[in-house]
Design a protein. Structure first.
Lengths: 604, 369
């Protein structure tokens, strides 16, 4: 078919015009979605801390801050006591941390544990080649989606008095461990959730390190260690710190797992936010949630400042070649240097098997056992509920289908949102890190507050000109999931964009590419591992999400797998664990598919 | 605490007037009511009763009365019964009411005594209406009535007791017995955020009182020294108990009914009523003040109180009936145990005190000291 040249030129012009404004056109809906399904709803709740009786007041807020129960010795500082006396108290043996102080303390320990358990995993995945490596990398974030009730059950079965670990210890003649209901149990459970996060983001960063930079350093005479310290480490640090910062934020806001494995003596702030909301004491709940938010956001802001200040410019990513996990045979000189890391990794794999695999394995085991031994009854229950369940009951397959649909849709929304925000926050302007921190708020706000806010802000709606406008159902669920997941995309994509040599985009633009073209054709391919990691996180967040989904679902036909699990918790955990195993399989398969579709990150 | 509540009330009244009136049906959300919107209509479609309740009442993995109750009520009246199970239960309707949004349900099923206290302390205007003339209302056991304002009508009750593994131990018979060295670390309870945990805490307050020489806080201090575990939910606690973390757990006195269903060894599921008492946790139903069809709601309440229906609900909810006239199989008491002496706090006892009791307990138990 012949098309007149002028028409072609016109089409080309329109396309260019559209592309030129595409980023702005994407930025507007992004901000809109954030405002409607996050900032506005959350504000309806948090505002209760400072607006009482329709008038602004700081009375409740101040009272909460000055309460030693929450803030320990610090509360006395806020109450006006001299800093010197308070400091002396803090340094003495009978210091009081208060609930907030204790929460920060356990979060700090949990962060250390998560990094310690996560880093070797990244080393293994990024630097070694072995069968199943890609599948393993795909499923690292699996713990992230597991409902706390399943993890708690898995931990009791693994680390309990009569659990697997103690059975093994006594079998080999070692003393038993009393792990449950201690801060150690909480820390290990938090590492179970967050070490995979550290592993995933660090692996993505490590895989983006350009091999030629290392080769250059080596050719200039640097030892392997020197090359690592000078070239590789600076590019991996920010990712490790990101993993640490996120671990802290998540464990700081942790709640059901703390009560299940630690008990009320080790209660965190979020436990009290929950209890206060349940008993309709909103002002105090909102005040505590605001404090939580302030602490988490400050930390994230600090991280973002660090990230911006420690950007290493790079021109691309030809990944470092991986080594075989099997030590090279017939080595004499330098064999220690080959063997030591592998021996270390062997120890790591053993520890990881205990912390990650054992609880998951006992979850699977619980789904296959009843009081009278091995049984398929719990799976039979799922099939029966599917076939005979009433319309108002949760049906397993519907839950699986909804989870997959919402997950894919949330992924499709979160990716462009995340990329747009990444571009906007990596441009040079004053206060951009502040914007970045505010954009990360969905990670830092109490889940209980988000749930209540969505109820008030979306489900009940607002009245405009005599018409009540309310939002609920599938679209709202997808939007809420996307908002919860997009910060991960930003955090895995933005550092890469920031580190890209600006001259690359500049040359592309000089050659006539629009901003969008330059982004799609030049920049994103260079930071592709980060994009794929972000996509996997967005999907994971969606499939694991509970509190927003249950609020926004307009019926059982919109229930997802985590809701089905919650509904199937009965006197015995059997049916719920069976549904948990279904979730395990569905998400594992999904992660593998996402990574495969993402391609092996060869770069250019 | 009280100050907060006063502040909160007045704030809500201000917010309420600002947002009041009218729902335009156009908006997408019609609450979980939509659940049974298509295909399940068995009634004549003219009359619909929307009933809010908690999830386990209609959708528990073992047994729940919801489906049966819906079918039976619809068959008899020709009306349609629609279940709603909002995620945060009663608080969902309180939120709707406080936001000035139509409640969109006719009746709530699953009210506890402390719910009524909380509603009256935190809600503006009337969330529920008086029950009015409900047939069978007089059959309700007098000890179970918990709403002096006559809105909530009890329809069943549970008793909170200890459940223990009889193959591992013999549970103590008194509260003091739990403090013995022999029972160090033997008990798993729950926070007052859960129904069972709250009932157990209230039972200790009932037993030891508040503010005396040795009150409930002193008892709990001793209990804590003796290594009691207070976990988050009933599920956390029961699962830990099942896994052998401790031989005793705070749970329901109907535990053996479930145990028998799954062919478990009943020796491992023994019931102990401390001091021969069980803390009663009656569940009630009440009509929303702006119910669309209050007459049908009353009809439903009468239906629920009928002797045969009372028996069915009790068995399917694994609880005890609320009426004297309920029809239960003779062997029901073999597995579902009732305490020699049921105890509970009345509305008047709880009013103005409940928040403070819980608050003081939390501050002691989780505090630094």
């Amino acid at each position: 078919m012949n098309v007149p040249a002028s028409l072609l030129a016109l089409g080309d012009r329109i396309r260019r015009r559209l592309e030129g404004h595409a980023l702005a056109a994407l930025a507007i809906p992004t901000v809109l979605v954030l405002a409607v399904v996050f900032y506005y709803p959350v504000t309806t709740v948090l505002i209760e801390a400072v607006v009482v009786d329709g008038t602004p007041t700081l009375a409740t807020f101040r009272r909460t801050l000055q309460d030693p129960f929450y803030f320990g010795d610090l509360a006395r500082l806020l109450a006006g006591e001299s800093p010197e006396v308070v400091l002396q108290n803090l340094l003495s043996a009978d210091r009081q941390l208060g609930i907030v102080g204790f929460t920060a303390y356990q979060a700090a320990l949990s962060t250390l544990a998560s990094v310690a358990l996560g880093l070797p995993g990244a080393y293994l995945l990024a630097r070694f080649e072995f069968p199943g490596r890609r599948v393993l990398r795909s499923v690292t974030i699996l713990p992230f989606v597991l409902p706390s009730i399943m993890v708690a059950a898995g931990f009791v079965a693994t680390f309990g008095r009569t659990g697997t670990l103690n059975a093994v210890l006594t079998a080999v003649g070692l003393p038993r461990l009393e792990l449950l209901y201690t801060i150690e149990a909480i820390v290990i459970a938090h590492a179970f959730y967050n070490a995979p996060l550290v592993t995933r983001v660090t692996t993505a960063a490590w895989e983006s390190v350009d091999a030629s930079a290392v080769e250059t350093a080596r050719s200039l005479g640097a030892s392997p260690l020197r090359a690592f310290v000078d070239v590789v480490a600076p590019q991996v640090y920010p990712a490790v710190l990101l993993g640490a910062a996120l671990s802290f934020v998540f464990t700081f806001g942790s709640f059901p797992i703390v009560l299940a494995l630690g008990g009320f003596e080790l209660a965190t702030v979020e436990v009290f936010v929950y209890r206060l909301v349940r008993d309709l004491e909103y002002a105090e709940a909102a005040a505590l949630a605001l404090v939580e938010l302030a602490i988490s956001l400050t930390l994230l802001y600090g991280y973002l400042r660090y990230e911006a200040a420690h950007t290493v410019r790079s021109r691309g990513a030809r990944p470092l070649p991986r080594r075989s996990l099997r030590p090279p045979s017939g080595l004499r000189t330098g064999s220690l240097r080959e063997l030591l890391p592998r021996a270390g990794l062997a120890v790591y794999v053993l520890v990881a098997a205990i912390v990650f695999l054992a609880p998951i394995a006992s979850m699977v085991w619980a789904s296959l056992t009843g009081p009278t031994g091995i049984t398929l009854d719990h799976y039979r229950f799922l099939v029966e509920r599917q076939q005979t369940g009433a319309a108002f009951q949760v049906r397993p397959w519907d839950a699986v289908r909804n989870s997959l649909l919402f997950g894919l849709a949330a992924l499709a929304v979160a990716l462009p949102m995340g990329v747009v925000v990444s571009v906007l926050t990596t441009r040079e302007y004053r206060g951009r890190k502040l914007v970045d921190a505010v954009a990360m708020a969905p990670l830092a706000v109490s889940g209980i507050v988000v749930g209540l806010g969505l109820l008030r802000g979306l489900v009940f709606g607002v009245e405009i000109a005599g018409t009540r406008i309310a939002v609920g159902g599938a679209v709202a669920i997808v939007a809420a999931h996307a908002v919860a997941g997009y910060p991960f995309v930003v955090r895995t994509v933005a550092p890469g964009l920031e580190s890209l040599d600006r001259s690359l985009t500049e040359s592309a633009r000089a050659l006539g590419a629009s901003r969008l073209r330059a982004l799609l054709d030049v920049e994103l391919p260079l930071v592709w591992p980060g994009v794929v990691a972000g996509a996997a996180f967005a999907f994971a967040i969606s499939t694991g999400e509970f509190s927003a989904t249950v609020v926004l679902a307009t019926g059982t036909d919109q229930y997802t797998m985590p809701i089905a699990i919650e509904r199937f918790i009965g006197r015995r955990l059997g049916p719920a664990t069976a549904m948990g195993v279904v979730l395990l399989f569905v998400t594992t398969a999904s992660f593998v598919v996402i990574d495969r579709l993402g391609g092996d990150h060869g770069g250019i | 605490m009280t100050g907060d509540n006063v502040d909160r009330r007045s704030f809500l009244s201000a917010a309420g007037t600002a947002t009041a009136v009218g729902i335009a049906g156009c908006a997408s959300f019609e609450g979980p009511a939509e659940e049974s919107g298509n295909g399940t209509t068995t009634g004549d479609g003219d009359r619909t009763l929307v009933v809010g309740t908690y999830g386990a009442f209609i959708d528990a993995p073992s047994t729940s009365p919801g489906a049966w109750l819906k079918d039976a009520f619809e068959a008899e009246t020709g009306a349609e019964l629609v279940w709603q199970t909002p995620p945060n239960g009663l608080n969902y309707y309180i939120e709707r009411h406080n936001a000035g949004v139509d409640v969109e349900a006719d009746l709530y099923l699953g009210l506890n005594p402390d719910d009524m206290v909380q509603i009256d302390e935190n809600v503006d205007g009337d969330l529920f209406a008086e029950a009015g003339d409900v047939e069978g209302r007089d059959d309700v056991k007098s000890g179970l009535d918990f709403d002096p304002n006559d809105r909530a009508v009890p329809y069943d009750t549970g008793y909170i007791s200890l459940v223990y593994d009889g193959t591992a131990m013999e549970a103590p018979e008194t509260f003091e017995g739990l403090l013995e060295e022999d029972h160090r670390g033997d008990l798993i309870a729950q926070t007052p955020g859960s129904d069972t945990g709250r009932a157990f805490l209230l039972h200790t307050i009932h037993e030891f009182g508040v503010g005396g020489d040795y009150d409930y806080l002193d008892y709990w201090a001793d209990l804590q020294v003796n290594d009691v575990r207070v976990l988050g939910t009933w599920s956390d606690a029961y699962d830990a108990w099942s896994a052998g973390e401790a031989p005793m757990v705070v749970s329901y006195s109907t535990d053996q009914v479930f145990a028998a269903q799954s062919d478990a060894n009943l020796e491992e599921h023994q019931i102990r009523f401390l001091n021969d008492q069980g803390y009663a946790n009656p569940e009630g139903m009440a009509t929303f003040a702006d119910a669309a069809d209050p007459d049908l709601a009353r009809e439903f309440m009468s239906f629920v109180l009928r002797p045969d229906v009372q028996g069915e609900i009790a068995q399917r909810n694994v609880q005890f009936p609320a009426t004297e006239t309920a029809e239960l199989p003779d062997d029901y008491a073999d597995l579902a145990h009732e305490p020699p002496e049921p105890v509970t706090f009345t509305y008047a006892d709880l009013q103005g005190s409940l928040d403070g009791w819980i608050d003081d307990w939390e501050r002691q138990f989780a505090g630094d000291d």
